[in-house]
Write a protein that binds this ligand. Sequence first.
Ligand code: PLP
Length: 443
Amino acid sequence: MNARETLKINKKGHLEIGGADCVELTEKFGTPLYAFDEAYIRKMMRIYRDTLYNEYGEKGLVLYASKAFSCKAIYRIADEEKIGVDVVSGGELYTALRAGFPAEKIYMHGNNKLDYEIGEALDCKIGCIVADAYSEIDKIDAEAKKRGMKQKILLRINPGVEAHTHAFVQTATTDSKFGFSIQDGTAEKASIYALSKENVILEGYHCHIGSQIFEKQSFVIAVEKCMRFAADMKEKHGFVMQTLNLGGGYGIWYTDEDRKISPEGYAEYLQALISAVKEKAKENGLKLPYLLIEPGRSIVGEAGITLYTVGAIKEIPGIKTYVAVDGGMFDNPRYALYQSKYTPILANRANEECTEMVSIAGKCCESGDLIAVNVSLPKAKSGDILAVLSTGAYNYSMAMNYNRNLIPPCVLVKDGQAEYIVLPQTYQDLTRNDVIPTRLQKK
Ligand code: PLP
């Protein structure tokens, strides 16, 4: 069970999220179902926002990395909490704008933004575009010129620090499709190139060193490298960095192999970054930049769970027991993609002792369609409600219609009451865009 106030076990022995009984949620909304605790999401947004303002003054902004979970309601929450967002596609930008999110507080990422996405960003007067290639600088410049405007940009730079979970490495050259490398001089060349463009305003730099990172030191080293680079740019070219965006990547609890960080504990990551920025600004004779961070997973990840109904159970003597659920890689492809680990519990028998090691299988026609492997559970039976914890980030946003399965709906729970924020798909949704050419039509 995670450490959060998000989840509890009630007197009936049922799991609760945000004060709502998960079994009752499934009776009302069916399964599979994504459920999110609004209080937790708001709490995380506030912790980052307040820490930034308290430690750095209002000279910065927290951006929610909306790729973690994008739908209209989450942009409304971010707006109410007075933070910004980042988007990585025209689709995310469209969703944010349709939710009434202020364009000036949107930052756009992506390693290969399409012409029309850049056009849409400029048309809505987006706050800033993070350019990730020479061709993007050209496109932004050309599209801005067409519109008689100047567009603020950051350059995504690669500080040569790569971090994942408990380990980080410093590399001389980074093999990544993202960013301009500091070490090989590309970041400097790209900066000079951007500065030569008439219709873009180079505000500064962005870096994001990885995901699910627990090691504070890796963030601090990235800050040091970015600040040193900014100092070099000032000394060599007179360019003064106005803005520094340090990305996201703070790790969350998925299983007991991960650290449990209290919501307040995440403030320490930001404090460490802020101290490093202040120290390095002083050391390098730089003014303090406008500071941005972009947490995604740590805001919504532990706020969300997925509820399934257990179906077929297959015991293979001496090998393994598969407990199949009515979802799978189409609502959570993360095991199939990265062998990500999750903690499942039986939501209708949450107090019962775990007596079995099982693997949780999905319903797709794919052997790799698994949600969790070798996890302990009470003896499951068909009809049980299985909750998979910490699925709020990169689950719904990565969901797909493989095998023409329906992407589950999302509900948002506040004070024990749940409402849809994403409606269930229907079979009609699946065939809406299908076209049968005349020659194939049934005569
Ligand atoms: N910013 C950028 C540029 C990213 O690529 C990502 C994730 O991939 C994030 C922010 C959010 O990272 P996380 O959800 O791990 O906080």
